[in-house]
Unconditional design. Sequence first.
Length: 567
Amino acid sequence: MSVIILIRNLRSLLSGKTEPETWAYLRVGEENVPVHHWESLLGRARSADLRLFGEGISPIHAVLKRTDKGLWSVFDVFSKGGVWVNGVPVPEAGTELHHGDTVNLGGSCVRFLNISTEQRQRNEKKRTGAGVLVNPAVTLVELTLLQLFLLLQHSFSARQADRTSIVLAFASLIVLEWCVYEAMRLMNRMGFEIEILAFYLTTLGLSVAASAVPEDLYKQILLIVASVMLFLFSGWWMSNLKRTNAMRIPVGVLALGLLALNIATSDTINGAKSWLEFGGYSFQPSELVKAFYIYVGAATLDALYMKRNLYSFILYSAACVVALALIGDFGTALIFFITFLVISFMRSGSLATVLLAVTGALLAGFLAVSVRPYIARRFAVWGHVWDDVYGAGYQQTRSISAAASGGLIGKGAGAGWLRGIAASDTDMVFAYICEEQGLIIALCMVAAVILMAFFAIRCAGNGRSAYYAIAACATSALMLVQLALNVFGTLDLLPFTGVTFPFVSRGGSSLLGCWMLLAYLKATDNRRGASFAVNPVNRIMTWEQEHGIEVLSWGKTQPPKGKDRRP
């Protein structure tokens, strides 16, 4: 069932086309060049979204931007030749563009041509719709069958006292995923593959919880419901990019505040201060800070052309990594750093910035190993866990043995012995799944995360906004690095860093953070009728419609009765 679910989602996500949307045109000579993004770089450089080859055009000359309401503006990116709109120089704050305006780029003139909602609707109908090649409802039925099979396994292995909670937990998860599917259909969203993959991974995580701590299943299902609600809220929130961008500073302050609270109040456990305690419940702030960090880093709507914002983000990133280093969570700090490299490169396009950051990180890593002896011990154990099976290599030798003993199809849910080892259901959950469910399902679990990340990166090039593209690529990098550290650390192919497996490792903080991150992946899905973070074309109003002016053809407008033509 796992293989079938994976193949159906693979076929649905990767077989369809990822056509770009057309939002306007630039009239260059006799040719109409389509504008596919809400933030487009204009210039001669290969990295420019719209390449123009006039004599006075700089490599990156200007930025063309669109708001949620359909208002366009142009900004001069400190070009040598300057930018004029209808003969008036463009100030640093930019100039609003209207249909038919003439834009002069260093002596080369182009004409801006907006398109009407009706034209966009016609273009939209030509694009590939979500859920056409593979019916997501059938895939969801197969996922439900898999969940029932897992429930049946647990019913044989669980104690009589735990069976009721296990049945209620799996039944609640099944009801939740079908409710979310029906809610998406009510919003005319037929792309449900990303959610099915996330529910599949969450199902395996629920199976781990049912095997390891069945007494906590009620709390686990409440956390799953809260995580899914947070996913839906995040998608709705990101549908308004102006609101999203305006909140980046408060979100950044919240993230630093959580880390500061963590440093000030947490007790050190196993060399790290990763947990906060509230009323008997533990909470790991760094898991939510991952989502907040990407939120802040991807907010480029007014920073796409201003380097000082990049420098501010570098300082913010340094503050987060230093805070994680003080906490002692160097696995998460490594994940943050790699995510920073992705965001900084996508924002600046500068390899020099990335190389400088890598050099600084190497120096910081050397210092951390010198100051924190237990980190050096982890590196010393790497590749030598069998030399000390009762000491430094205790956890990894047990996880490797358990993974091997599961074979291809596993011992069955609840039939493994690895659950008696500390952190087996969190940091070593890959071996946990290998033992109980077998190598086939463990590899499907890994492939599900890789598929989600690959699809998001594939769609990012045609994303409406740089925010969606950068957030999706950063999330993909974060999840893939976290996946690699968990799996390879468990099997002693990399140093054991103690990071969780996305969606599967037991723990409410990790689950909440992963479902928040999932909203970034979902937002970049630009297939017709796919993402709830993307408003339908018929809900987007142009400036002309908002002011009652009908666009008849290129460069011609008809003013409404009783109103003057737009100046």
